[in-house]
Design a protein around this ligand. Structure first.
Ligand code: ZN
Length: 501
C-alpha cells in the first residue's frame, strides 16, 4: 500500500497543524490572559490557513486519486479503504466551495458575531435581520457549490452528519412531534409533582469541582490522558487519542450546570479516547459525526447520570460534600429534582424532554429560510408561533430568551442543530443494544462499576473512529436505522414515573 502510505504521510503534517491549532484554541479559552487575545487570533489564523492550503492542494487530490486506485479492490472494512473514503468526502467538501465564497463567508460571519451579540443584548431582532439575510444568501451559494440531489439543506447537513438526508430528519421529527408535544403538555399540567428547590441552593464551587472530578474519574476518565479546566463555554478538545481534554463551567446557585456538564463532556472525551491506538495520528481518529458524538455525551449525561442507579452510588458522597443543603433531602427527591421538566425558553437550559422541541423548531426554520418559505423579516414571528405550538409559551423578548439566543446562525452554522436530536435518538438505541448484549450493565452501575458499559461502547463504537459513516455504524451496532421509537419509549417510561402521570 505504497500510495496509501504516501497519502497518510501527507495528511499527518496537516493533522499535526490541526492539533497544534487546537492546543492554541484550548489555551485561549482556559489559560490565556486577556492581553494575549489579538496575537492569538493571528496565530490561529496562520495555522488554520496553512492546514487548509495543504489539504486543498493539488497534491492531496493526486495522492488521493492514486490511493483510491490502489485500494479499489481492498476490503471495505480495511483501514486503508476507510481512510480513502473519509478523506475523499472531506476533500470534496473543502474543495467544492470557491475560495472567494469561503473568504466572504468568513468575513461576513466574523462581523456578524458582534452585530448578533449586540442585537441579542438589546433584544432587537431588526438590528440583526439584514446580516442574517446576507448569511443565508451565502449559505445558499455554499450549498449550491457543494451540490445536492433533493433538498438544499442536504448539502449543509452533510458537513456535520455525513450522508444524512433532510427528508429522513423530517420523517424522524414528524414522528417525534406527534408523540412528544402531547406528552410534554401532559407533564406541564403536572409540574407541581417535582420540587426543584434542592438543586437551586448555594453550592460552593470548590466542592463542586472536587465532586465532579471524582465522578468522571470513576466513570473512566483517565487523568493521565486528559484534564479538566474551567471555561466560559464548556467544550471537549483532542490533541491525540491519548490527550483529550474537557472543560466545565461552575454555577454556584445551580448544581446541575457543572455536574451534568462535566459528565456530558466526559462522554464526548470517552469517544475520542476510545479510537483504536492504530488510528493515532491518522485521518480516521476521533468521532464519525456530531450526531454519534452527541449520542455518547447524552448517554452518559442523561441515561446514566440522571438515573436512580447512578445516584444510589454517588448521592451519599454528594450529601457529605453538602450536608447543609442536601443532608435532609432524600435520594428520591434529589432524583426527581435533577429530572425536572419545565417550560424552557432557552435551548441550552432545556431539560431532556423539551430539548428536542427546541431543535425541531430550529431545523424547520432553517429549512424554511433556505427554501424561501419564510422571509428573514418574518422569522421572529415564525419562531414565536412555533414556541407557542410546541411548548405553549411565547418568548418575553427576542434576545436571550427568543429568536436571537443561539450563536449558530451568526457563525454561519446551518445544518448543525439536528445533530443534537439525532444524538439523543441514537443514545437510547445504542443503550438498548448494550443492555441486550450485557444485561448486567444497570446492576453493575448501581454498584459503581461503569466498566461493562464502557467496554461495550469502546468495542462496538469507539474503536472504529471515523471508519464507518454514522448510518453504517448504527446499522452495524443495532441492526437497524436511526429511529425515534426507542427514545420516545425511554422518555415516557422515565417521566411517567418522575411526574406520577
Ligand atoms: Zn455535546
Amino acid at each position: 500500500m505504497e500510495k496509501v502510505n504516501q497519502l497518510k504521510a501527507h495528511l499527518s503534517d496537516i493533522i499535526h497543524l490541526r492539533y497544534a491549532t487546537s492546543v492554541l484554541g484550548w489555551d485561549q479559552q482556559t489559560m490565556m490572559p486577556p492581553g494575549g487575545a489579538s496575537a492569538r487570533a493571528e496565530q490561529l489564523a496562520t495555522l488554520s490557513k496553512l492546514a487548509h492550503q495543504m489539504f486543498v492542494a493539488d497534491e492531496t487530490g493526486k495522492l488521493l486519486q492514486d490511493a483510491a486506485a490502489e485500494t479499489a479492490d481492498a476490503d471495505y472494512d480495511s483501514d486503508a479503504a476507510a481512510m480513502v473514503r473519509v478523506v475523499q468526502h472531506d476533500f470534496d467538501l473543502a474543495t467544492r466551495v470557491p475560495t472567494d465564497l469561503v473568504e466572504e463567508l468568513a468575513r461576513t460571519t466574523s462581523h456578524a458575531h458582534e452585530i448578533w451579540a449586540k442585537a441579542r443584548e438589546a433584544a432587537d431582532f431588526a438590528a440583526f435581520a439584514p446580516t442574517l439575510e446576507k448569511i443565508i444568501d451565502l449559505k445558499r451559494q455554499e450549498a449550491e457549490a457543494l451540490g445536492y440531489e433533493d433538498r438544499i439543506y442536504d448539502a449543509l447537513l452533510d458537513q456535520y452528519e455525513p450522508n444524512m438526508k433532510t427528508a429522513d430528519v423530517e420523517r424522524l421529527f414528524n414522528e417525534l412531534r406527534e408523540e412528544l408535544v402531547p406528552f410534554v403538555a401532559q407533564i406541564f399540567d403536572n409540574l407541581d409533582a417535582v420540587d426543584t428547590a434542592p438543586i437551586k441552593q448555594n453550592f460552593d464551587t470548590e466542592k463542586q469541582k472536587a465532586f465532579g472530578l471524582k465522578v468522571i474519574e470513576q466513570l473512566g476518565y483517565d487523568m493521565k490522558r486528559g484534564r479538566q479546566d474551567p471555561a466560559v463555554h464548556p467544550f471537549t478538545t483532542s490533541f491525540s487519542i491519548n490527550d483529550v481534554r474537557i472543560t466545565t463551567r461552575y454555577q454556584e446557585d445551580w448544581l446541575p450546570a457543572s455536574l451534568f456538564g462535566s459528565i456530558h463532556e466526559a462522554g464526548h472525551a470517552f469517544y475520542e479516547l476510545g479510537s483504536d491506538q492504530s488510528l493515532e495520528g491518522t485521518w480516521l481518529a476521533g468521532g464519525t459525526s456530531l450526531g454519534v458524538h452527541e449520542s455518547q455525551s447524552r448517554m452518559w449525561e442523561n441515561i446514566v447520570g440522571r438515573s436512580r442507579g447512578f445516584w444510589k452510588v454517588f448521592y451519599p458522597d454528594l450529601q457529605a460534600h453538602y450536608p447543609q443543603q442536601l443532608g435532609s433531602v432524600s435520594l428520591e427527591a434529589f432524583y426527581k429534582a435533577i429530572n425536572m421538566v419545565y417550560r424552557s425558553l432557552v435551548r441550552v437550559e432545556a431539560d431532556e424532554v423539551t430539548y428536542n422541541l427546541h431543535i425541531m423548531l430550529r431545523f424547520e426554520l432553517e429549512n424554511d429560510l433556505l427554501e424561501g418559505k419564510v422571509a428573514v423579516k418574518d422569522l421572529r414571528d415564525a419562531w414565536n408561533d412555533k414556541m407557542q405550538s410546541y411548548l405553549g409559551i411565547t418568548p418575553p423578548d427576542d434576545g436571550k430568551n427568543g429568536v436571537l439566543q443561539d450563536v449558530h446562525w451568526s457563525s454561519g452554522l446551518m445544518g448543525y442543530f439536528p445533530t443534537y436530536s439525532l444524538g439523543n435518538f441514537l443514545s437510547v438505541q445504542y443503550w438498548d443494544k448494550a443492555l441486550q448484549d450485557v444485561p448486567s450493565i444497570p446492576a453493575e452501575i448501581e454498584k459503581g462499576n461503569f466498566e461493562p458499559l464502557m467496554t461495550w461502547l469502546v468495542e462496538n463504537i469507539h474503536v472504529y473512529g471515523r471508519k464507518y459513516w454514522p448510518a453504517e455504524l448504527t446499522e452495524r451496532v443495532t441492526g437497524e436505522a436511526i429511529q425515534v421509537r426507542s427514545f420516545m419509549r425511554y422518555l415516557k417510561d422515565k417521566y411517567t414515573d418522575v411526574y406520577g402521570l
